[in-house]
Unconditional design. Structure first.
Length: 302
C-alpha cells in the first residue's frame, strides 16, 4: 500500500496541524497510510531577526515546496496566513480546512487584558499588522519584536522579558491552551491577517479526489476574498495589511479590510459585500489604493 508523505514545519503547532490533517484523511479514506516529514524552513532557521527584515512569507514555504517538487513529499500542510497571496504555478491549495477562531489575543504577565497594561508596557509581537493596530489603539505601549514558537514566546513572557505578548487564538486552541475571555481582541480593534486560523494543504500533483473531503467551501470563499485583497495591493513589503471575511445571511461575503502605516498613524479601513470572493477582494483593494494605500506602499517599498 502506498504511503503518502506529508511535509510540515517542525514546531509543535505545525506538527499538530499535520497530524490533524492526517486524522481527517484517514477518516475519509480508511486504510491509507501517511507519514509526517518535518522540514526546517529559512524562516525557522533565523529566529534572531524580525521577519520583515529577512524576507516575505515564502520564507516558510521555500524548502517545503522544494520537497514537493522533488517528490520527497506528496502533500504539505501550512497555516494559510503563512502562504503568499499569489501561489506560484504549478503549486495549488486543493484543501482549505474549516477555520478556527481568527482573533488575536493579548496575554499579559499580570493576567489582565490589554486595558490593564500600564503606560510604557513592553509588548512582544512578530507582526507588523498587529504592531500597527496596537499603536493606533495604545500609542503609549513599547512594541518589541519576538520570535520563536508558542512555547518559546510564553516562556519569554513568564521570564519577564515582556509585559504582554500577542498571539493567534487558533494556535493556542490547537495546542489545548486555555484563553481568558478578556484576552481576545475584537476584529474592530485588531483585524486578523488574511487567512488567519485556516489550515491548508498544498500539492504539486493532482490529489483533488484525496483531499476533497477536507475542503470547507465557506472558509475557502472567505479566505479567497481576504487573499484577493492582499494580492490586489501587491503588498509584499513592509506594509501592515489585514482582512477578514465571513458569509452573510444571504450567502454573500462580507469583507473587512485594513491597510496602515507601520506606526499606526495612518489607518485605512474599508468594508464591502459581494457574491464573488475574488471580485470583492480586488474591488476593495482598488478602493484602498484610491484612499491612500498606494502612497503607503510607495513610502514603505521604494
Amino acid at each position: 500500500m502506498r504511503t503518502y508523505k506529508v511535509g510540515t514545519r517542525g514546531s509543535k503547532l505545525a506538527l499538530w496541524q499535520a497530524e490533524h490533517v492526517i486524522g481527517l484523511l484517514q477518516g475519509a479514506h480508511p486504510g491509507l497510510d501517511f507519514e509526517v516529514v518535518s522540514i526546517q524552513t529559512s524562516g525557522d532557521k533565523r529566529q534572531d531577526v524580525p521577519l520583515q527584515e529577512i524576507g516575505d512569507k515564502s520564507l516558510f514555504l521555500k524548502e517545503i515546496e522544494e520537497a514537493l517538487a522533488s517528490g520527497a513529499i506528496d502533500l504539505a500542510v501550512h497555516s494559510l496566513k503563512d502562504v503568499p497571496s499569489l501561489l506560484e504555478a504549478p503549486f495549488s491549495l486543493p484543501a482549505i480546512l474549516e477555520r478556527d477562531d481568527p482573533r488575536d489575543v493579548v496575554l499579559t504577565a499580570s493576567g489582565g487584558g490589554l486595558s490593564s497594561l500600564p503606560k510604557g508596557a513592553r509588548v512582544g509581537t512578530s507582526s507588523l499588522r498587529r504592531e500597527a493596530q496596537l499603536r493606533a489603539i495604545r500609542p503609549d505601549l513599547r512594541l518589541a519584536p519576538i520570535r520563536g514558537n508558542v512555547d518559546t514566546r510564553l516562556r519569554k513572557l513568564s521570564d519577564g522579558e515582556y509585559d504582554a505578548i500577542v498571539l493567534a487564538a487558533a494556535g493556542l486552541n490547537r495546542l489545548g491552551m486555555a484563553i481568558p475571555s478578556h484576552a481576545f481582541l475584537d476584529p474592530s480593534l485588531c483585524l486578523p491577517a488574511p487567512g488567519q486560523a485556516a489550515i491548508c494543504v498544498e500539492t504539486l500533483a493532482d490529489h483533488s479526489e484525496l483531499l476533497a473531503p477536507l475542503d470547507h467551501q465557506p472558509t475557502r470563499h472567505a479566505v479567497e476574498a481576504e487573499r484577493a485583497f492582499a494580492a490586489g495591493l501587491d503588498a509584499g513589503c513592509r506594509v501592515p495589511v489585514a482582512a477578514y471575511a465571513c458569509e452573510a445571511d444571504d450567502d454573500a461575503i462580507q469583507l473587512q479590510t485594513l491597510v496602515a502605516s507601520p506606526d499606526g498613524i495612518q489607518v485605512i479601513r474599508l468594508s464591502g459585500e459581494g457574491a464573488d470572493p475574488l471580485e470583492l477582494g480586488h474591488r476593495l483593494a482598488l478602493q484602498a489604493l484610491e484612499r491612500g494605500a498606494a502612497e503607503l506602499l510607495r513610502t514603505a517599498c521604494p
